[in-house]
Design a protein around this ligand. Structure first.
Ligand SMILES: Cc1cc2nc3c(=O)[nH]c(=O)nc-3n(C[C@H](O)[C@H](O)[C@H](O)COP(=O)(O)OP(=O)(O)OC[C@H]3O[C@@H](n4cnc5c(N)ncnc54)[C@H](O)[C@@H]3O)c2cc1C
Length: 497
């Protein structure tokens, strides 16, 4: 495995290609923290540079710095500023945008991997979590206590990017955004100061900004997450084969408008077009926070007209679920991934049909060569999700409850490593242009909010936040980072204009 990526790592040998400011910062970090600073052939460098969901992110930074505590993270911020060196910071590396959480040899990569602390509070009401963890680590740690958290729907996903964007969980229809269930965030400010932000303390404005404003405010070194009692849940995947489009759309509509009124239920219905087969296949991840094997809320997926070809819906812990599904994700290593998100009002079944039919038609006609799967997922975002998210001072997204329930249609494309992201984006532009045109022809408007963790870089996610919240976010950035270190020197990811 290490040998496979060695050539790529060579491109970033210090002094070969690293720009002067970056190589100066690397030298300083290596001097001060020799065991935390890695160069090109070090397996830890190779790991940090290639453990991304999309291989578009294998950019080859000048060096990798992997702090183990907030003080070391603060040292890094000060060294990078002093050298005027560009940098990036990574968590799980799941944002499928090349430079969101990595940088080429012009800069330094700060890896969160060394910040992997996990500590339950004495009264078990919160758990301290380092940003180097993945959700599966947290579920596994909490399993013996019969606890869980409002976290990722797949265990392999990283913690920091997910929470800083908001975070949609199976539990969100009950508890809101994952970020609404955070008790405190510790991070390093642009001047190197380490602060702990809570909804009540002097950093409550920063706390609010970190609930969806992404990476322009602080480098997070710890999240304190509220725990939830749920030793086991009902979870699994049901597959329905192909040629069931109409019944599948019925099920999506019925769950979103009726089933999801039971806040304990959640689904991720998926329609996946596989060019090699020439048609879509249908499946759904089904979740219920309880022990009922046939919850009425999930009737449309468990007892529908669709023939169930396989079904793993059963009672187990979140940790066991992750163990079942996560190994499949590692098979994707080396492939490219790209997202796009479309927000529709779910009440109108025709909207779901138009999105599905148009996407599949354009996929059949115009997917770039080398695409392996082009998928649509139809998770419901309910009224309860939105009202629960107003806890602890609300969030910068301030979702509009009046249009609920929504479906945030997650479009994802998996391709062979040689496929250019630009060609995938051209497909997205064509497919979504056609979808919007067809919706408008039917008199249907799309909903406004664009979730940045699922968005394509061409989408203006911040532009869909309420304007007054956007202004507040900018004021908070100006207060804590007047020199725009986390915006200009750390340019990747979702930044406020
Ligand atoms: C397979 C898959 C499943 C997913 N499932 C879900 C889901 O269930 N729900 C959901 O809401 N989203 C989901 N997502 C989207 C996911 O939330 C985003 O990709 C998110 O950014 C992942 O977090 P990460 O830590 O892995 O991100 P990274 O790609 O590592 O980073 C994302 C952004 O956060 C910044 N960042 C990273 N670490 C820090 C830090 N310590 N301090 C400050 N900024 C930092 C990075 O610089 C970057 O801009 C999924 C994505 C994938 C690929």
């Amino acid at each position: 495995m290490v040998r496979k990526y060695a050539l790529l790592a060579f491109a970033a040998l210090p002094g070969c290609l690293g720009d002067k400011p970056a190589s100066n910062a690397c030298k300083k970090l290596k001097n001060e923290h020799p065991d935390k600073t890695y160069y090109g052939l070090d397996p830890r460098y190779i790991n940090a540079n290639t453990e991304y969901y999309s291989s578009s992110s294998w950019l080859g930074p000048a060096c990798v710095f992997e702090p183990s505590n907030s003080t070391q993270m603060s040292d890094a911020v000060q060294a990078l500023k002093a050298a005027n060196s560009p940098f990036a910071i990574r968590g799980g590396g799941h944002m499928p945008i090349a430079n969101a959480a990595n940088i080429n040899s012009s800069g330094v990569l700060l890896s969160s991997f060394g910040l992997n602390q996990l500590k339950l509070s004495d009264d078990h009401s919160t758990v301290n979590v380092g940003p180097g963890n993945r959700w599966s680590d947290i579920y596994k740690y909490l399993e013996p206590y019969g606890l869980t958290v409002v976290g990722g729907r797949l265990g392999h996903v990283g913690v920091p990017g997910y929470i800083l964007g908001g975070g949609v969980s199976y539990l969100s229809n009950e508890y809101g955004w994952a970020s609404a269930n955070v008790a405190s965030v510790t991070g390093v400010l642009a001047d190197g100061k380490v602060v702990k932000a809570t909804p009540e303390n002097e950093y409550s404005d920063l706390f609010w900004a970190l609930r969806g404003g992404s990476s322009s405010f602080a480098l997070v070194t710890n999240f304190e997450l509220k725990t939830i009692k749920a030793p086991t849940v009902m979870i699994g995947m049901a597959s329905y084969g192909s040629d069931v489009a109409e019944q599948f759309i019925d099920a999506v509509h019925s769950f979103t408008t009726e089933g999801s009124k039971d806040a304990k239920a959640a689904t991720i219905p998926m329609a996946e077009y596989i060019p090699a087969l020439g048609k879509p296949a249908y499946s759904a991840i089904l979740f219920y926070n309880g022990v009922d094997e046939k919850p009425a809320a999930l009737k449309s997926f468990l007892e529908s007209d669709m023939k169930v070809t396989s079904n793993t819906f059963s009672n187990r812990s979140m940790s066991k679920w992750c163990k079942e599904l996560d190994p499949a994700l590692s098979l994707l290593k080396g492939s490219k991934q790209r997202f796009y998100v479309l927000n529709i009002h779910a009440s109108n079944k025709q909207a779901i049909t138009i999105v599905h039919d148009t996407f599949m038609k354009v996929a059949k006609e115009s997917l770039p060569l080398g695409v392996l799967v082009a998928a649509l997922a139809f998770p419901a975002v309910t009224e309860k999700f939105i009202t629960a998210s107003t806890a602890n001072g609300g969030d910068p997204q301030s979702l509009d409850v009046n249009g609920a329930p929504y479906i945030w249609v997650e479009e994802s494309i998996t391709s062979a490593g040689l496929v250019d992201d630009k060609d995938v984006d051209a497909f997205y532009e064509k497919a979504n242009g056609q979808i919007v045109k067809n919706l408008q022809a039917a008199g249907i408007e799309t909903a406004k909010f664009i979730y940045l963790n699922d968005a394509n870089p061409s989408q203006d996610a911040f532009g869909t936040f309420p304007p007054e919240n956007l202004e507040r976010l900018k004021a908070i950035r100006a207060k804590y980072d007047p020199d725009r270190v986390f915006t200009d020197l750390m340019p990747g990811g979702w930044k406020l204009a």
